[in-house]
Ligand binder design. Structure first.
Ligand code: XMP
Length: 514
């Protein structure tokens, strides 16, 4: 196994992800934990030093134990990790000045020397990399040579080929170093990894970790039926069986048949203990007459927490709350700038609940990215209909029903949405789309059907492509598809007599209508 020593970089998890993509098993451990004894026990086959925010020039800045250099295994240092390695092994690092600091895109030019670490690299004359450093190496350590340079980093890639120590100033793990993966690939090859680690192994490992963390304690989990909470629940169930209880909150703002599908899937097919909290009356009652989007969101968020707490209180001896937090949620919640940002929409979740209820958190998906969660879900035997699902917002149909929410409108919306999704599936487009839904508009328009006049609701179809929901573009359906879908909705759904297609991107729009 490979050890990643974490010096606090924002992107350390991306290193792990790159390695998992190469089917190499790795563990990230914070530098404070990595002592000589730890190294001995862990017995890594290779070590990676992550980047980090500190300066090696500062006394007391993070270091690995010196013994790491005597293990006789390959080491790769990244950014701060490079500087640590250089300083530890007798090189010199200089504090940043404007001229040598580099942030963002840079180009590395190869030296004359070729090396197995750079196989597949420098296919072009120079290679784009992502830099983010103030300090830089001014003198490399004895035994090292330079394999590549950039304008701000004369020692962009350095190597002690005798000992298989490599150190780079840039971040090969990020997306903006397009060929960065090659560096990891070459490194693990050099270290002799077979590349045969799989998601099945990860599942076993996570099950072990959950058992270690939770022991015999009881765990509660808010199950929404979305990919993340579904996979988290399935994994926990494998780990602790009966000690897991899921609460599925039905706020009356779900899609057609959704509650039944989720509850029967987990309760009947997978044998989980699921409480179906039927609180439609409570939610719809409090939302009655409310049309302001933020007020809607706040009401739903507050009630959700109240309801969840009510059911959780009924579960004797619950000590943990499980959440399907993913790695991107973790990064996003760490403020990069520290500055205040504007609330566009208040998202609802169960944040704040654990402290209030005296619960500890268990977050088994914290290290994973969405596609990895999907792979894990498949591994756990969840059906594709759950794994490939489009995201669905916590406030549900409330934010797809601009203006006042009525039961009549919700009913119409559910039917129209079901027809729309059916169309998308029938045309084989579901997986090409990030999210698709119908919004029912708060206006009635005039139409003619048969020989009669109609005066019914208009609806808007929305479908977007996106990578992470942060930005999005509308999906370019064919006119035929749109025409056919509009006809079906208007014919099959009583209460709608007009259909429009929303072609707004995000920004300036948002994905949801409210
Ligand atoms: P917007 O509308 O902000 O949505 O462009 C971005 C993504 O987030 C989802 N969304 C939510 N998810 N609770 C959630 O769990 C919420 O309150 C919420 N609001 C929006 C939205 O569906 C899209 O995928």
């Amino acid at each position: 196994r490979l050890l990643i020593i974490d010096f606090g970089s924002q992107v350390t998890q991306l290193i792990a992800r790159r390695l998992r993509e190469l089917n190499v098993y790795c563990e990230i451990h914070p530098y404070q934990k990595v002592t000589a004894a730890f190294l001995k026990e862990f017995a890594p086959r290779a070590v990676i030093f992550s980047g980090g925010p500190d300066s090696v020039m500062r006394d007391g800045s993070p270091r690995p134990p010196k013994e790491v250099y005597d293990l006789g295994v390959p080491i790769l240092g990244i950014c701060y990790g490079q500087q640590v390695m250089m300083q530890d092994l007798g090189g010199r690092v200089e504090a940043g000045e404007h001229a040598t600091a580099e942030f963002g895109r840079a180009w590395v030019t190869p030296s004359e020397k070729r090396d197995a670490m750079l196989d597949g690299w420098f296919l072009e004359e120079r290679e784009q990399v992502w830099m983010s450093h103030g300090d830089h190496v001014a003198e490399i350590a004895p035994g090292f040579e330079v394999l590549g340079t950039s304008p701000g980093a004369p020692f962009a890639i350095t190597a002690d080929r005798e000992r298989n120590f490599y150190a780079v100033q840039f971040h090969p793990e990020v997306h903006h170093t397009p060929n960065g993966k090659m560096i990891y690939e070459n490194f693990v090859k050099l270290a002799g990894f077979a590349g045969d680690w799989t998601m099945a192994a990860y599942r076993e490992e996570m099950i072990g970790k959950i058992r270690d963390q939770v022991g015999d304690a009881k765990v509660i989990c808010a199950l929404s039926g979305g990919v993340d909470s579904s996979v988290a629940a399935a994994l926990l169930h494998e780990a602790i069986g009966e000690n897991l209880t899921c609460v599925f909150v039905d706020h009356g703002l779900l899609r057609l048949n959704e509650a039944d599908e989720v509850v029967s899937m987990f309760r009947d097919n997978m044998n989980l203990s699921v409480i179906h909290a039927q609180e439609q009356e409570l939610f719809l009652g409090e939302l009655d007459g409310v049309s302001d989007p933020e007020t809607k969101r706040k009401i739903i968020g507050r009630l959700f927490i109240d309801v969840f707490q009510k059911y959780a209180d009924g579960i004797e001896g619950a000590a943990f709350l499980a959440q399907g937090t993913l790695y991107p949620d973790v990064i996003e919640s760490v403020s990069f700038s520290g500055g205040p940002s504007v609330t566009i929409k208040s998202h609802h979740n169960v944040g704040g609940l654990p402290e209030k209820m005296g619960l500890k958190l268990v977050e088994p998906l914290r290290e994973l990215f969405k596609d990895e969660v999907r792979a894990l879900g498949r591994e756990l035997g969840l059906p594709e209909s759950f794994i490939g699902r489009h995201p669905f917002p916590g406030p549900g149909l409330a934010i797809r029903c601009p203006g006042e929410i009525t039961r009549e409108k919700l009913e119409i919306l559910r039917k129209a949405d079901a027809v729309y999704i059916d169309q998308i599936r029938k045309h084989g487009l579901y997986d090409d789309i990030w999210q698709a839904f119908v919004a029912i508009l708060p206006v009635r328009t005039v139409g003619v059907m048969g020989d009669g006049r109609t005066y019914d609701y208009a609806c808007a179809l929305r479908a977007v492509t996106s990578v992470d929901g942060m930005t999005a573009d509308y999906y370019p359906f064919s006119h035929d598809f749109l025409g056919e879908t509009a006809t079906r909705i208007i014919n099959e759904v009583k209460g709608i007599n007009r259909c429009t297609y929303d072609i707004t991107s995000k920004p300036p729009g948002t994905i949801e209508w409210e």
